[in-house]
Design a protein around this ligand. Structure first.
Ligand SMILES: [Zn+2]
Length: 342
């Protein structure tokens, strides 16, 4: 009843995007073969579920990691270290790491609890053009006074997977036409107890980091270059079952779900609607950027509970998402480069 893996199709996708970058881009999306990937259906991309899992484990070990906390600062230093930044540098502004730049965007967010220092981690791999695809997730966790909330899935899985996505992406790619920006958002979680308890019109109490990034790009007149956004949020559950978020851009959801079927991940990317009702993709959608949220909310029983712990996370689930994201990129590029899909 589930779709069978189509390893050859996956190989084609990957070959198109990463193995034959220097060939004529006019052939993109159709030509090319990758015998390596075609012969290894179990290793659809270099994304390692085990590496991603180890990152989640390390992040969880820092304890609860709400915005502005010293635990989140420690988690941030860990992420920067993994990305290849220098954790001893007080400010990594535009510090180049090879071709890749890693930096911290720091600001004081106005929250219902007063000003909170927030920091997005921005990792950019420049392409031949300024056309940009964003791959994102949050790394803060929800603050609770009543219990220790370590957010293995909620905050941990997205951050751990993003670290590994950067490594796998670098391992795969040659020179790409698109610029890729990986952003670890701070302040996705509300400061107040409920998601919108303290939200006011035009001033939501959540999604601080993503709104900051949209504002920053607008100010730099660079938002127009952002052609698509992929958001990871709560995607590491052992019983991973991602539904189609009804707020996300339909063609982008279709691309990811089609790729998932071809890679044999139909069990993880299921055919049902997921009603999230706002996440870090929302500010981008409002700004006109095609966006997709990969999130398991309604069928994750441990959401915002003390039981959102490491034992709920599986390397295989993390790999399913990592593989699908990486293998989808050629199709996303193909779709947006001609302005189609808007
Ligand atoms: Zn949450």
């Amino acid at each position: 009843m589930r779709a069978k893996p189509l390893a050859f199709a996956a190989g084609l996708l990957l070959a198109t995007a990463f193995a034959s970058q220097t060939a004529s881009r006019a052939q993109s999306g159709r030509g090319g073969q990758s015998p390596v990937y075609a012969q290894q259906p179990g290793a659809a991309t270099p994304f390692s579920g085990q590496r991603a899992y180890e990152h989640v484990k390390r992040l969880v070990e820092f304890g609860p990691r709400p915005s502005g906390s010293k635990e989140l600062e420690a988690a941030r230093q860990y992420i920067l270290e993994q990305l290849g930044g220098d954790p001893s540098a007080p400010n990594l502004h535009r510090r180049g790491v090879g071709r890749m730049s890693v930096r911290e965007d720091v600001w004081l967010a106005e929250t219902p609890a007063g000003k909170v220092r927030m920091v997005n981690i921005v990792c950019e791999l420049p392409g031949e053009t300024d056309d940009t695809i964003l791959i994102t997730g949050h790394y803060d966790t929800k603050r609770y006074k009543e219990f220790a909330f370590v957010g293995a899935n909620d905050g941990g899985s997205s951050a751990g997977a993003l670290i590994e996505l950067v490594r796998a992406f670098k391992a795969m790619q040659g020179k790409t036409r698109f610029t890729y920006r990986f952003v670890f958002f701070d302040g996705e979680e509300a400061v107040c107890r409920e998601w919108d308890e303290c939200s006011k019109p035009g001033r939501p109490d959540n999604t601080y980091g993503s709104r900051y990034e949209v504002g920053r790009l607008k100010a730099l007149n660079r938002l127009k270059n952002v052609r698509a956004l992929i958001l990871l949020d709560m995607m590491g559950y052992d019983k991973l079952e991602l539904g189609r978020d009804d707020m996300s851009t339909p063609w982008l959801v279709d691309v990811l779900w089609k790729t998932a079927r071809e890679l044999g991940y139909a069990k993880q990317f299921v055919e049902r609607a997921e009603g999230v009702g706002g996440d870090d993709h929302e500010p981008f959608l409002k700004a006109g950027v095609p966006s997709v949220d990969l999130i398991q909310l309604s069928t994750y029983p441990f959401w915002h509970t003390a039981d959102d712990t490491l034992d709920k996370i599986s390397p295989h689930s993390l790999k399913a998402v990592g593989d699908v994201v990486l293998a989808s990129l050629p199709r996303v590029e193909e779709k947006v480069k001609g302005g189609a899909g808007f």
